[in-house]
Design a protein. Sequence first.
Lengths: 284, 261
Amino acid sequence: MTVEFKEKFIEKILLLIAFSSISILALIAFFIFGEGLPLIWKIGPKTFLLGGRWVPGQGEFGILPMIIGSFWVTFGALLLGLPLGLACAIFLCEWTPPWAGMILRSAIQVLAGIPSVIYGFWGLVVLVPLVRNYLGGPGLSILSGSLILSIMILPTIISISEDSLKALPPSYKAGALALGATHWETIWRVLVPAARSGIVASIILGMGRALGETMAMIMILGNAVKMPSSFLDSARTLTTNIGIEMGYATGDHRQALFATGVILFLIIMFLNTLAIVLSRRRVG
Amino acid sequence: MAALSTMGVMALIILQVLSEGIPVFSPRFFLDSPRSMGREGGIFSTIIGTIALTVVAIVVATPLGVGTAIFLGEYTREGRISRVIRFGIGCLAGVPSIIFGLFGFVFFVIYLNMGWSILSGGLALAAMILPTIICTAEEALKAIPYSFREVSYSLGGTKWETVTRAILPNAIPGIFTGIILGVCRSIEETAVVILTAGSSLIIPTSLFAPVRTMSVHFYILAREGISMEMAYGTGAALILLVLFVNIVANWRLNRYIRKRA
């Protein structure tokens, strides 16, 4: 009896722990929405989302420039990071001798471990002057931000794409090679398409990472609140908007920053759900 | 080519910061607290801050994370409950750190009235690293052959005895990897810490004291242009710390595996 009771008790405790783990997500949503939603209703979702002016002192809160800024930076990061990441993943799976794979994998692990502030700092002292001198503009720009972000999302893209390429049954490759395809044709026409749900998931997660990056972007983007018109313009993203102004914001202004968080949270949740659904759909 | 350029970029970043930063190192740099906003002195109080926050985060997140992983791996079949939990963890893993920072700020700092403190910061960090610990622990449990469980049951072991005596000891290396990843993320995190633990330079005396971590210190030095020299020094120390944790963890892990094999 007592043993049975103890077992049941432990099971209940573990269930409780598991639920408290995910209840954190609910808590986060509850508190961020609780702080942010009132302001969105007060000034109207349309003015908030599509307003082009952000002047907290005068009570004007329009986050369209930040949404556009986030979009540009993320898009730029994917444009540069995706080909590189995918190439790395394919190389790791198909060509690397084991010792080189070991080195490369630990290099990627280290790359993932470098603090984001250090990426930001490096971008600030090395990349920004380069862009300013050779391409013009302030240097603190979407281009510099995208370059740094593309490096930061590499580990995500490489590791998840590699996993999904590795998970393919060996018969796919053997079959393609037996039909007379070259190694490259096998990779490009058979393996990559077969692993595409995993690859797409890695892209989406990389996108989430890029959208969520704050500190490095504060240091590199220049943080001007205006509609960016070229890749050399300075910009502000949803995250940097929160990061910069949270330190001193009060009242409506602070609520507006939480409202920015609400929008960011919704975008990220949407991307996450998409990634989870996609990665579940394995090729059988 | 792609692989080489990845490694090239990494080497470039690390070498640049290290070569500028290491000349700043001296015993006083590590053992003195920052003076005049960090322009002079060392980084002692920020090292203490980093350690304190990381310890709180790990102490809170490990039991929660491992407990959740055990529940998912050993106590449920794939069903609606496990699917909901897994979905929640997946989503939590993707939440950007600034959101954890905002959450920590309203919930721990204001709502629970803990103020900017080690406790608030550590708890917010714990929430952030929880998914990492759960996922790695679950993988570690999955990697244990099913025969271990069958043998334990056939010897009359109960479920809990099987978990604690037959499965957990063998899953420790995997769980440990997750904890190390959590440590690294806590060390490098800036956005969460700056919003929940403040940026005080005073050496903390209790869990309710505000602190500044090395990452935050580095960020403030570099962004406000207080002292490039000190910023490089702190950055180099930060990189070396993360590398050191990784290397030591790998080494300990290999030894553990070899001992048990």
